[in-house]
Design a protein around this ligand. Structure first.
Ligand code: ATP
Ligand code: ATP
Ligand code: MG
Ligand code: MG
Ligand code: MG
Ligand code: MG
Length: 247
């Protein structure tokens, strides 16, 4: 266009709305797979839990901790991962859109790059992708409440899904399975599992607890390394045993 050279960049930059996340708060970026209900079905994930798919998620999360040193802890379940950034991080000057987009795009790239390592025999048809959001938590107590909320959610969903898929695999339609579970409490679900000879607490811990990723000292070398554990992060004992995570 005519006169394009006269347009000053400052004029266009003045339209940019920058949202910076509050200083001295823990930033949590939670990513979640988009349309994974369909993605799981298309790729024949085992139901209710495909262990390889969870391990792929964990491996991607571990890469993020290696590449972004300011991520100090991550918790994952199903198609989601929460990344906790240290409270004094100045990554991207704490600009939300840059932090979230970098985390989401790196995670999606890693997921595609590592796919073959976990599913050597499978080729996906639709590209997997994730969305993300950021939230600031102003105290370690509230941050731990947030993480506990995700882990409780993991338990509730896993218990429900385990029952649901047992009913479906025993011949019920999905609608029948859904309606027979409607309004049931933990106790009734445990009784249902018992009827199928399943002790909930005997299920693999990765399904029941989700996955926590953090840096831990390697006693042999004295260096820090990224570890993936499946443990209760609701209990304060985890945080007492790993005081360096939240200092
Ligand atoms: P949205 O785009 O809104 O997030 P979604 O289809 O991804 O939609 P979610 O609520 O995120 O819905 O649920 C994730 C779905 O993916 C659930 O159906 C869950 O059972 C399934 N899923 C995720 N990971 C696994 C896994 N490792 N094994 C089996 N199923 C999985
Ligand atoms: P940042 O992470 O801050 O964005 P950057 O290294 O990506 O750092 P940019 O300012 O985005 O820096 O610049 C992109 C760089 O990539 C430039 O050096 C540019 O020359 C190079 N580059 C991008 N696309 C091409 C291309 N198609 N051919 C050659 N060089 C390219
Ligand atoms: Mg979503
Ligand atoms: Mg999803
Ligand atoms: Mg989800
Ligand atoms: Mg840039």
């Amino acid at each position: 266009a005519e006169g394009i050279n006269k347009i000053k960049p400052e004029y266009l930059r003045s339209f940019l709305f920058e949202s910076r996340l509050m200083l001295s708060t823990w930033i949590v970026v939670r990513i979640d797979g988009c349309h994974f209900h369909r993605f799981c079905e298309d790729n024949g994930f085992q139901k209710p839990n495909d262990e390889q798919a969870l391990k792929l998620m964990n491996s991607c999360a571990a890469s993020l901790l290696e590449m972004f040193k300011d991520i100090i802890f991550a918790y994952g379940v199903s198609d989601e991962y929460s990344f906790v950034l240290k409270k004094d991080t100045l990554l991207y000057q704490r600009r939300s859109s840059e932090i979230v987009s970098a985390v989401v795009s790196l995670f999606s790239s890693m997921y595609v790059m590592k796919w073959k390592e976990f599913f050597p025999e499978k080729e996906f048809k639709e590209p997997p992708y994730f969305d993300g959001r950021s939230v600031c938590y102003p105290s370690s107590k509230i941050l731990r409440d947030y993480l506990a909320w995700r882990q409780v959610d993991c338990h509730i969903n896993n218990q429900y899904n385990t029952c649901f898929w047992l009913l479906v695999k025993s011949g019920k339609s999905r609608t029948e399975a859904q309606s027979s579970l409607k309004g049931t409490q933990t106790q009734e679900k445990n009784e249902l599992l018992a009827q199928f000879g399943i002790d909930y607490n005997g299920l693999p811990i990765i399904f029941r607890m989700g996955s926590s990723v953090f840096l831990d000292r390697d006693e042999a070398t004295g260096n820090d390394r990224v570890v993936v554990e499946h443990c209760s992060i609701i209990e304060t004992s985890f945080w007492k045993e790993h005081p360096r995570i939240l200092d």
